[in-house]
Design a protein around this ligand. Structure first.
Ligand code: DHB
Ligand code: MG
Length: 220
């Protein structure tokens, strides 16, 4: 276990402890062969707290995978809150639905299968209070643009993996779709902030893969 994982595990023992719903989700994802990609427990708790802090009642998630972050976010909602989560794989969505059910948050969660941009285009006009973007990084700028259009003032937008791999991100010769998408996120944030539509920052995460980050933006 890397030193980063050891530190997180230490904190998790005190600040999270045994969690049946989340533990089951991780196990069930492994059993069903889903890629072992998810926010850390501490990051999951962090976005849950952010959603709670702003009193979120309507949350949009882009990228469900196995529903791990979905469970965290759903816990920020009161019983009449709503979380719409977009997932392009129907197989992943099926696993996520059973995980959400097991974690007892299913009544608040609506997992929609399909390309997220298409799912989003078919949504009604009720604004969201909180958006979590954690899907194909090449499309992160498009998801960000949709999020700005579909959130109320004071809403929060979180984007995961905006650096992903620091060396690739910083290498000017690297033009892979994910890297270009992530660089475009920062450019867009600059433009939105200049127009007075967003205030944004990011938090770096050190892990065994190197350096990643997630963006926090507030609609103003
Ligand atoms: C990776 C991590 C993520 O959180 C994600 O959404 C996609 C990929 C990764 O480490 O490769
Ligand atoms: Mg992610």
């Amino acid at each position: 276990m890397s030193i980063y994982e050891q530190v997180d595990k230490y904190a998790e023992r005190f600040l999270i402890g045994e969690d049946d719903g989340l533990g089951h989700a991780i196990e069930n994802c492994t059993q069903n062969g889903l890629p072992p990609i998810r926010v850390s427990a501490m990051q999951g708790k962090f976005i849950m707290m952010q959603a709670k802090l702003i009193g979120a009642r309507r949350i949009l998630e882009v990228g469900t995978l196995g529903g791990y972050s979905t469970i965290w976010l759903a816990r920020a909602l009161s019983h009449n809150g709503e979380l719409i989560s977009c997932e392009c794989s129907s197989d992943f969505a099926q696993v996520a639905r059973s995980n959400v059910e097991y974690a007892k948050v299913a009544p608040k969660v609506d997992i929609r299968v399909g390309a997220a941009l298409e799912t989003i285009s078919r949504l009604d006009d009720i604004p969201f209070d909180f958006v979590f973007i954690d899907a194909d990084k090449s499309n992160s700028p498009n998801y960000l643009a949709e999020s700005v259009k579909r959130t109320r003032k004071g809403a929060m937008i979180v984007i995961d993996n905006t650096i992903q791999d620091a060396r690739s991100f910083l290498d000017p010769n690297n033009m892979t779709p994910n890297v270009l998408g992530n660089r475009q996120v920062y450019k867009l944030l600059q433009e939105y902030e200049a127009r007075g539509e967003l205030i944004a920052t990011h938090q770096q995460i050190a892990n065994e893969k190197g350096t990643d980050a997630f963006v926090l933006a507030v609609r103003v």
